[in-house]
Write a protein that binds this ligand. Structure first.
Ligand SMILES: Nc1nc2c(c(=O)[nH]1)N[C@H]1C(S)=C(S)[C@@H](COP(=O)(O)O)O[C@H]1N2
Ligand SMILES: [Mo]
Length: 324
């Protein structure tokens, strides 16, 4: 029997997991489990994905861009072993130990569709996209809304390069991003009470800010499935739920997209979600954070320490709920 020990940087589940939001739905779930419906149980578990060589592995490591530095709170990258085994990826389960389950994610073939308000809609294979994007490594901080944090070396390209490649029309105001949807491959997507697929959105000004990054690698290698292979967003000044994983679609829109978490609980997980230690989550303080692998809390910083790069994005938007 496995005894689950809570690690120091984890909050008690009752205090932090968004699943608490579903407490009121427990009766529905129990009713389903007791009844003859048993929707998910009839399905076969997907076969374990074959471990083929990743066709992008020869691209890494890439040159580090020294413009992006860590700070004294987490001065060196978090342990790779922790970053790749302590994850949020609800498509594979609503807990942190999904790294083994995520190995069923099949990342080739993988195509990315660019559509909506663009000069021409197109679908491109991931390896063709990677060949055309300016790859570099960046050390970035990451702050989850649940108060754990980490520092990691992402490889990838500025989201602006993809926006330029997409050639949005002048009427486009937002970028909407969507994760794959395949419940046979991702067991968590059989949890039908979640609003799959995972959706996130940014304003075009945010998407073209120098910090907005598409990560395709981690620790000088292709990004592991559990961290969002083959491409995921990194917006380090925002809470981690904005950094959508395993993206298949980028849509340019005039209307603000409604995200996965916003659909679930807009009062707790809003569109802007900028990190601010002075604005508590409705159920806990955001003043401090616990770096992965540490047993000490460190103070959280406004915009996760990236105010210099991003504060200007929010001038004139002070009436918006920028910090939740
Ligand atoms: N598609 C998808 N993207 C996602 C999530 C998810 O459940 N599904 N979780 C988010 C949350 S809450 C966080 S903190 C980060 C975690 O990234 P990591 O596992 O690489 O640390 O991914 C984000 N992106
Ligand atoms: Mo998160």
């Amino acid at each position: 029997m496995m005894i689950k020990q809570r690690r120091a940087w984890e909050l008690p589940a009752s205090a932090a997991t968004p699943e608490a939001v579903f407490a009121q739905r427990r009766s529905l779930i129990q009713a389903l489990a007791a009844g003859p419906i048993l929707l998910a149980a009839g399905r076969l578990a997907p076969a374990k994905a074959e471990v083929a060589a990743d066709p992008s592995s020869s691209l890494y490591p890439v040159k580090r861009n020294e413009r992006y530095q860590l700070d004294a709170r987490i001065p060196t990258p978090s342990k790779e072993e922790l970053v790749t085994t302590y994850n949020n990826f609800y498509e594979f389960g609503s807990h942190k130990q999904i790294s083994a389950a995520a190995q069923t994610l099949k990342t080739r073939p993988w195509t990315v569709t660019i559509d909506g308000l663009v000069e021409q809609e197109r679908t491109i294979a991931i390896d063709d996209l990677l060949r055309q994007m300016p790859l570099e490594e960046r050390l970035y901080r990451h702050r989850c809304v649940e108060t754990w944090s980490m520092a990691v070396p992402w490889s990838g390209f500025p989201l602006k390069a993809l926006v330029d490649f997409a050639k949005p029309q002048s009427s486009a105001k937002y970028l909407r991003m969507e994760t794959f949807q395949d419940p046979d491959m991702a067991s968590g997507q059989r949890q039908f009470w979640y609003p799959w697929p995972y959706i996130e959105g940014l304003t075009l000004a945010e998407a073209t800010n120098e910090l907005a990054f598409i990560a395709t690698g981690l620790y000088g290698k292709p990004i592991p499935n559990q961290n969002g292979a083959p491409l995921r967003l990194a917006t380090p000044w925002k809470y981690g739920f904005k950094s959508i994983k395993s993206i298949v679609r980028f849509s340019f829109t005039e209307e603000r997209p409604v995200s996965f978490w916003e659909t679930i609980q807009a009062s707790e997980y809003g569109f802007w979600a900028n990190v601010n230690p002075e604005v508590p989550h409705p159920r806990w303080s955001q003043a401090m954070e616990t770096p992965l692998g540490s047993n000490q809390k460190v103070p959280t910083l406004l915009y996760n320490g990236y105010a210099e790069q991003v504060a200007g994005l929010y001038k004139g938007l002070e009436n918006q709920p920028l910090y939740m």
